[in-house]
Design a protein around this ligand. Structure first.
Ligand code: ZN
Length: 117
């Protein structure tokens, strides 16, 4: 199970079988017979007035939000050589913030610009 899936399940469920995959848990929650409860699944009290299918929706949006937030790596374009530089650091003015392998040097703020995907 991916970290994002684990995180999303733990955020909304107080219990689910450890041997099930994320997809299996979601599928179980969406079964029509399991509108309000499923044998092996418990939701946190805060969502107990929602159907399991609705909670499954919450789980899936939490999972995709987690993916988006953690997947974002800023990319910059080096103005000297035009190569794309990725970094985990956020752009901070007056900092060296990215190393361009092509130029073999740290690039300053004015030598790069953020590239949006
Ligand atoms: Zn460069």
């Amino acid at each position: 199970m991916k970290t994002s899936e684990q995180f999303a399940l733990n955020e909304w469920l107080s219990y689910y079988p450890e041997n099930m995959t994320y997809e299996e848990v979601i599928a179980l929650m969406r079964e029509p017979d399991n509108s309000w409860s499923a044998d092996e699944i418990s939701v946190w009290q805060v969502v107990e007035n929602f159907t399991l299918a609705q909670v499954a929706d919450f789980i899936e949006s939490t999972q995709s939000h987690f993916e988006r937030v953690t997947a974002h790596k800023p990319a910059y374009k080096c103005n000297k050589c035009s190569s794309i530089v990725t970094t985990n650091k956020r752009f901070v003015s007056q900092d060296y913030f990215a190393f361009c392998r092509n130029c073999d040097e740290d690039m300053y703020q004015l030598e790069v610009k953020e590239v949006t995907a």
